[in-house]
Design a protein around this ligand. Structure first.
Ligand code: SF4
Ligand code: SF4
Length: 429
């Protein structure tokens, strides 16, 4: 029985059928990829190649100079032509490495493969660090950091929930490669020195559950069905649902580590083949897309070129990097696919239909973080920093539910995001 199926966690239409059983279309850029020199908020990178250098799929291009170690490998073969500032999906102009593609996709082994069964925990964590693996569910946080000091970790949860509407990229990856999903789960269990690893999948995917259960037979990896409600994929909700535990800041406080299913699959592939992440599966969907589909594209692919294949069917659209609930609305299509991006969602423009707030309280009733989004949005509009802080704007997980339930079609989430940005700016000062 679920512990968290009240009003704050609700079923919303999935729209998954539009893409989940269609073939993944492979697309290459016509001329160039633009690989972002971005790791979370960090853009402090040492570039390891020179202008004019030939690079291959797997060439190490750059590495962070400060903060967490994040190397970046090339997703294409071609010639490195320099660094350009371009709009990034974080809504800031950021440096990107420009590589002119030669369309040969010549690959080199980025690093030596490793057999996880024979390696020590420390060797596996070191491998994960040098391979540049980051969370592929949207967060982009370096994976190795979670496993550096896993004191008291009992369970690893592999998050295959993919609770946002429209997105089926993880579903496709898990269906196509359940073997590496299970191997990745076992590697993470070993890195965490945990007793259990559980792959969590929504119960509305019996086909996937059966495929993964078969792959997990006799491995000790458990498969758990979870309810089809939103935001079931949020770590806090998943931990509460599966382990019946609460925590303050990090899942480690509840004795667990949560990793996305796609991340587990990539980790197993990297260890087996010595290859860094080159391609991403991205779901392009939403009411504004003519041909919804999953595409496989190299990291750094301009989204503009993806839309040439999918088309638009509305005149006024809202372009979102990510899913409709947690993604970021982007004013134009001049950004690229980065390693953590798994969806592009195109919706009709809500600003076209928004009316004044009705004070209905629905956004507060549904907020899974227990906030009053309408109050935070009002404080933001008044520039009242104290009130934004008092209303705990920073606790917002940007799940998008307040916008989804708003009968006035106000983009409440965006207003709360602005409040978070104002608070972060204030803190810096
Ligand atoms: S986006 Fe933030 S404020 Fe809105 S419902 Fe989700 S957690 Fe609450
Ligand atoms: S749901 Fe929309 S209309 Fe209702 S209180 Fe929140 S912002 Fe106002």
């Amino acid at each position: 029985m679920s512990l968290f199926l009240g009003k704050m966690c609700q079923h919303i239409p999935g729209h998954k059928a539009e893409t989940e059983h269609e073939k993944v279309l492979e697309i290459m850029p016509a001329k160039e990829v633009y690989i972002p020199l971005v790791a979370g908020n960090n853009t402090d990178f040492e570039v390891l190649v020179h202008e004019g250098d030939q690079v291959f799929v797997g060439t190490k291009l750059a590495q962070t100079k400060s903060g967490f170690v994040v190397p970046i490998y090339s997703s294409v073969s071609g010639v490195f032509t320099g660094i350009a500032k371009r709009m990034h999906s974080s809504l800031r102009p950021q440096p990107h490495m420009v590589i002119q593609v030669d369309h040969k996709q010549t690959a080199i082994q980025a690093f030596a493969p490793i057999r996880y069964e024979n390696a020590s925990r420390e060797e596996l964590v070191e491998f994960t660090k040098n391979a540049g693996l980051v969370g592929l569910g949207g967060a982009g946080f370096p994976t190795y950091v979670k496993y550096l000091k896993p004191n008291g970790i009992d369970t690893v949860l592999i998050n295959g929930v993919e609770c946002e509407p429209y997105i089926t990229a993880d579903y496709k990856m898990m269906m196509d490669d359940p073997k590496h999903l299970v191997t990745g789960a076992l590697i993470m269990k070993k890195m965490a020195e945990a007793q259990r690893v559980i792959i969590c999948i929504k119960k509305t995917h019996p086909d996937l559950i059966s495929v993964v259960k078969q792959a997990a037979e006799n491995t000790g990896v458990e498969v758990r069905e979870v309810p089809d409600v939103y935001p079931m994929g949020w770590e806090r909700v998943l931990v509460r649902e599966v382990l019946h535990k609460e925590y303050g800041n990090l899942p480690a406080e509840a004795g667990c580590i949560v990793n996305n299913a796609g991340t587990a699959i990539e980790l197993a592939r990297m260890m087996e083949h010595g290859e860094a992440i080159a391609n991403k599966i991205v779901t392009v969907s939403g009411a504004g897309v003519k041909d919804p589909m999953n595409v496989s594209v190299p990291v750094g692919m301009p989204v503009k070129e993806i839309f040439e294949h999918t088309g638009f069917k509305l005149d006024s659209v809202r372009l979102i990097a990510g899913g409709p609930m947690m993604g970021k609305a982007i004013p134009n299509d001049m950004f690229v696919i980065d390693r953590a991006m798994n969806a592009l969602t195109i919706l009709d423009n809500p600003a076209d239909n928004a009316i004044a707030c009705l004070r209905c309280g629905s956004c507060s009733d549904h907020c899974p973080a227990g906030l009053q989004p309408v109050r935070i949005a009002m404080a933001m509009k008044e520039g009242n920093i104290e009130e934004m802080e008092r209303r705990q704007a920073m606790s917002c997980i940007e799940c998008g539910l307040c916008t989804y339930v708003c009968p006035s079609k106000i983009d409440v989430t965006e207003n709360v995001r602005k409040a978070k940005r104002a608070l972060a700016l204030q803190k810096k000062k």
